[in-house]
Design a protein around this ligand. Structure first.
Ligand code: ATP
Ligand code: MG
Length: 270
């Protein structure tokens, strides 16, 4: 019924007036909802465009600073004194820190939805773990891996899942000096469980409630690039949400930490 027809009926049959008022009210509400939804969609599109532009505008000059520092350090423009070399290393460290920060802030703010694709989980995990091979010599702990014995097809956003696993493993190595880091994947009844555990410094019960907050760190004194900005876990949690999963942390101070990510094998891809 159009609004005009409803008003005409109400004028002819005054008894139906309350019903017509209700219909008109509902129509007005649904119109308001539609307008609000469209405005929210537009704002989300504008935010994504802005983030993409900022990403390019900020990263390009920063990468150029790092690149030119390397060229000077490699004595491409003539001899470099020890004092100058130390200064160059500091510029490079600070620039790399800034590049990472920009990437993380953009990741944190700019990602709204998943780009779903079908992948074989075991092979995928092996390629993510392979990125840690060159670093294993640098770390003082070993990596223990348990993967499903048979291939397992899942729907996921590989870029985001890679970032989730990498962030958790990087933390595990960063906060563990003795013992081991564990990476275990199992698949049961359409659910994928990814566990990253360590025998590191652990997190107190009080601090465990805050670790997913942006920029929150137990110890903020260390501002080196490797120390990070405290955004890794908030991005991880956001990505897991976009992948329609759940992330939980358990820890015992001084003994170690375990993060468990649960993901659906076949998410709702709407
Ligand atoms: N495996 C872990 N063991 C002990 N503490 C941890 C672990 N993972 C995270 N934390 C604590 O939670 C804080 C937040 O972690 P998060 O990954 O968000 O930030 P970060 O690692 O400090 O920096 P970034 O990830 O941005 O490089 C860490 O600074 C640390 O205090
Ligand atoms: Mg981190």
């Amino acid at each position: 019924m159009t609004m005009l027809a409803a008003v005409a009926i109400a004028l002819v049959f005054p008894a139906v007036l309350p019903k017509v008022i209700k219909i008109l009210g509902e129509a007005h509400l649904s119109l308001e909802r539609k307008v609000a939804l469209e405005a929210a969609r537009k704002a989300a599109r504008q935010k994504t465009d802005f983030m993409a532009m900022m990403s390019h505008e900020l990263r390009t000059p920063l990468n150029s600073i790092v690149g030119f520092c390397s060229l000077i350090e490699d004595q491409h423009y003539g001899p470099v004194t020890e004092e100058q070399r130390i200064a160059l290393v500091r510029i490079k460290d600070s620039s790399s820190h800034l590049v990472k920060l920009v990437r993380q802030i953009l990741d944190y703010n700019g990602q709204e939805r998943a780009d779903w694709e079908e992948v074989e989980l075991v092979t995928f995990c092996k390629t993510v773990l392979a990125m840690f091979d060159p670093l294993l010599g640098k770390y003082t702990v070993c990596l223990e891996v348990e993967l499903p014995e048979v291939p397992y097809q899942v729907w996921t956003d590989t870029k985001k899942l890679r970032q989730v696993i990498t962030n958790l493993l990087q933390n595990a190595f960063k906060f563990t000096e003795h013992g081991s880091v564990g990476f275990r994947v199992s698949c049961v009844d359409g659910l994928v469980s990814i566990e990253v555990s360590d025998t590191g410094i652990g997190i107190s019960k009080e601090n465990l409630a805050k670790i997913f907050d942006p920029f929150w760190q137990v110890d903020r004194r260390n501002m080196r690039a490797e120390a990070g900005a405290g955004l890794g876990l908030s991005i991880t949690q956001r990505f897991v949400e976009i992948l329609q999963g759940d992330i939980k942390a358990q820890s015992v101070l001084g003994k170690g930490t375990k993060f468990t990510v649960l993901l659906p094998q076949a998410p709702d891809k709407a």
